[in-house]
Design a protein around this ligand. Structure first.
Ligand code: MSP
Length: 507
């Protein structure tokens, strides 16, 4: 089966920050997990380079939007590599192949009778590139996201008849209660639809930086219409000489932050219906990473640089922290202190130490070979159904609960070793069989959690599996007791070394 997962495409008006890394990492966890299940996966991320947000930022720097795009697209690509994500393609909306598909689909919407000429008059936030109603603004006509006073605009535009899709969208939502997750966002989108849909501008007259409207070259296509189509256009040209559309469309899940819900859960499916294209299966919404009480954002100036964190602690630690600290779907606070705490207590102590102790005991007491023994009963019971639960939680996009479930077993293994005290058992030859079972249990438990942790912490899980003498990371093998003893263990080194405070990134 195929599985197509996407991230939003990021604006190239500024450097990437932790909030961007967050969505990309979550999407990578899904992609890697699905590959473990043997699915045919396509994972897309990229950059949104047209429109006002980028034009304005470039103007400020005295460079062209293209130059700014090149600079930051490179940064976003580097970020993806640094946090070790396995995207199959990186799309840029300045790719000529993308522009071709945008023109084609918009033309189809037009030919199907869903586009007309009109005049937009109303509020507009150039930073959101979004038209705002009075009720969407804060006091003093301020954008609630960017805190700036928005503009009153009057422009002759081409319009998309979004209002004509009210009924089809309501039907879509009724037929597919899982179309938007979590449920709170489904309800939010549905009540927005039921509140009555107004037509939206499909083009901008004053801007030059964008894809020209195919039947009216004096206008460019509105940046959101252009950007949303990336999910569809990428499949046409991501592989030279091959069109992947039939293989992967409709997308299985668009992961996005809650700030761009309306575009993805209302406008996007309506656009696709207008062009006779199948709508995606699901839109998965996560909350905001907060620093203190505020959303981490460049415009508020409160950002953590993911490059600094990965330089010092590595990609796995950051991936783990973000997936564990904040319940996926909700807002959550992050902080350098919280990060260090989890690094030390959970990664270094609970996982890293358990691994090195287990390997050292197997080396010392059993000549470096995992004993062949029956899987010890208490552990077997504790691991029962774990892989299925993880799979189920990931399917529900409940990524952090999946990780909680795995981590409960890491803690359980620690407690088990502590209770059984293999270092005492080793002193008594009569306890030899018991020691075999305990060491096998610890090694097998570590193997099982590491297979399940692999999508979250690929490098560390891989190192540990290699040290346990096990190569296979398919989900089928993530059952406690599935693999017998007999493997020769190797060197591991420290998975999560102690970091001197001087090296740690400043808050
Ligand atoms: N270019 C548009 C998206 C077009 S998709 C067809 C855009 N770009 S953005 O760069 O401003 O933000 C994109 C995404 O970054 C957000 O939806 C969210 O996924 C992520 N985040 C940015 N800041 C964030 C936090 N502070 N916390 C969590 N995610 C955040 O909007």
């Amino acid at each position: 089966m195929s599985y197509y997962v996407t991230t939003p495409i990021y604006y190239v008006n500024a450097e990437p920050h932790l909030g961007h890394a967050y969505t990309t990492i979550a999407a990578d966890v899904l992609a890697r997990h699905m590959r473990q299940r043997g699915e045919d996966v396509f994972f897309l991320t990229g950059t949104d380079e047209h429109g006002e947000p980028v034009t304005l930022a470039a103007e400020k720097l005295g460079i062209t939007p293209r130059e700014l795009g090149d600079r930051h697209a490179a940064n976003f690509k580097e970020l993806a590599a640094r946090v070790n994500v396995t995207n199959d393609f990186f799309i840029r909306t300045t790719d000529p192949e993308h522009a071709e598909v945008v023109a084609e689909v918009v033309q189809r919407m037009h030919d199907n009778g869903h586009v007309y000429a009109g005049t937009y008059e109303g509020w507009y936030c150039p930073r959101c590139a979004d038209f705002k109603t009075e009720s969407e603004l804060d006091e003093g006509n301020k954008c609630p996201i960017h805190g700036i006073v928005v503009d009153w605009e009057k422009e002759d535009n081409w319009f998309f008849k979004l209002s004509a899709f009210q009924e089809p969208l309501e039907r879509l939502y009724a037929e597919r209660p899982g179309f938007v997750v979590p449920e709170i966002r489904y309800n939010e989108a549905l009540s927005f639809i039921k509140g009555g849909l107004r037509d939206v501008s499909l083009s901008r007259a004053r801007l030059k930086w964008g894809v020209p409207v195919p039947w009216d070259e004096s206008q460019v296509i509105y940046v959101w219409i252009d950007a949303l189509l990336n999910y569809y256009s990428a499949l046409r040209y991501a592989r030279k000489g091959e069109d992947l559309t039939d293989r992967f469309w409709p997308a299985d899940v668009h992961l996005i932050g809650k700030d761009i819900l309306k575009f993805h859960a209302v406008i996007w499916p309506a656009m696709l219906l207008a062009a006779d294209i199948e709508v995606p299966r699901r839109v998965g919404i996560h909350g905001f990473l907060l620093l203190g009480e505020h959303k981490m954002s460049k415009s508020l100036g409160n950002v953590i640089d993911p490059n600094q964190v990965t330089d010092v602690y590595g990609a796995d630690a950051l991936r783990f922290y973000l997936m564990r600290e904040v319940r996926f779907g909700q807002d959550g606070e992050v902080s350098p202190e919280g990060f260090e705490l989890r690094y030390r207590n959970e990664l270094a102590n609970e996982y890293g130490n358990l691994a090195s102790r287990t390997l050292a005991m197997i080396a010392r007491y059993r000549d470096g070979v995992v004993p062949e023994a029956e899987a010890p009963e208490p552990l077997r019971a504790d691991f029962e159904g774990l892989a299925e639960t993880v799979q189920d939680r990931i399917d529900a996009l409940d990524v952090s609960v999946a990780l909680d479930e795995i981590w409960r077993r890491v803690k359980r293994l620690n407690a088990y070793v502590q209770e059984e005290q293999p270092w005492q058992l080793s002193k008594d030859p009569a306890e030899s069989e018991r020691l075999d079972a305990v060491l096998y249990g610890a090694a097998e438990g570590l193997r099982t959690v590491s297979v399940l942790l692999h999508p979250f912490m690929p490098e560390s899980a891989e190192r540990l599996l290699a040290a346990l003498g096990r190569e296979d990371r398919s989900l089928e093998t993530a059952h406690f007791g599935a693999v017998p003893g007999g493997a020769r263990v190797g060197e591991l080194g420290q998975l999560f070394p102690k970091i001197e405070p001087a090296a740690a990134p400043a808050a």
